[in-house]
Design a protein around this ligand. Structure first.
Ligand code: IPE
Ligand code: IPE
Ligand code: MG
Length: 247
């Protein structure tokens, strides 16, 4: 039986998040420029997006560019932004064909104008699609998001729109970039690094973490299915006892 057939369709993560890492090292290993690594990374994006839509994962979130990534060499940042624009132009077909809605989280105002416009254009064109929501985390940093959230809620308190006593987890959730997304169930990071790098800190509170050595441009459907099978064999207890879970 192939890997895909072994997956229990009733036990899929509702929200899968991926830290797509290792493009630079992939290129370096082959004696190529980092840019070639990023270009090949976009092929893996297409493969994984299509696989998730096919097996029916409702929410997929991809970490594409962090707030810290702005500190990379100017040329690399420019290339990544160009790649974003060209990928959006190219992949709109894939999104429509697979009935995928595009969403974005992060400080999008920091993006170059062309990237911002193209992104909003594709989000607009796909807004009625409902098989899967694909969220790109762009210029995203969890600390920036939490800071923004605190600022917004503070303003509401100051203007008597909400009282401090009314601030609970759902109020905070409703001010995050991810306000329309459920909590993350499974977080995958490629390339062997075992860290979170400022990604969805609040939203992964109870996520299962899965780290793999595979570099992102080499990541295929079968790697994804392996991760999903591993996830399905875990017992998520959410603080309860094993006996409570089995009941
Ligand atoms: C991930 O690959 C892509 C981005 C962060 C934009 P990297 O570019 O971080 O690749 P490595 O980690 O240097 O190999
Ligand atoms: C995290 O990868 C950001 C993205 C995948 C977009 P990095 O390569 O930037 O993270 P660090 O620097 O290794 O923590
Ligand atoms: Mg990296």
């Amino acid at each position: 039986m192939n890997l895909q057939d072994q997956i229990d369709k009733n036990k899929l993560p509702r929200h899968l998040a991926v830290i797509m890492d290792g493009n630079g090292r992939w290129a370096k290993q082959k004696g190529l420029y980092r840019s070639i690594g990023h270009e090949n990374g976009t092929k893996a994006v297409r493969e994984i997006v299509e696989a998730c839509a096919e097996i029916h994962i409702p929410f997929l979130t991809l970490y594409a560019f962090s707030t810290e990534n702005w500190n990379r060499p100017k040329l690399e940042v420019e290339l990544l932004m160009k790649l974003l624009v060209s990928s959006l132009k190219k992949e709109i077909k894939t999104l429509q064909k697979n009935n995928i809605k595009l969403n974005a989280i992060g400080n999008l105002d920091a993006l170059p104008k062309r990237a911002f416009t193209e992104l909003h254009d594709v989000m607009d064109q796909t807004k009625s699609n409902d098989r899967m929501t694909l969220t790109l985390a762009l210029s995203y940093g969890s600390r920036e998001e939490i800071t923004k959230t605190i600022k917004e809620i503070s303003h509401k308190v100051k203007n008597n729109l909400i009282s401090p006593g009314e601030i609970d987890e759902s109020v905070i959730n409703n001010h995050l970039y991810t306000q329309n997304l459920p909590d993350v169930d499974l977080l995958i990071r490629t390339s062997g690094e075992q860290r979170i790098s400022n990604f969805l800190l609040w939203q992964i509170a109870y996520a299962e973490l899965y780290f793999t050595e595979t570099l992102w441009p080499d990541y295929t459907k079968n790697h994804l299915f392996e991760a999903l099978l591993n996830y399905q064999n875990r017992e998520r207890r959410f603080g309860k006892t094993i006996e409570q879970i089995k009941q």
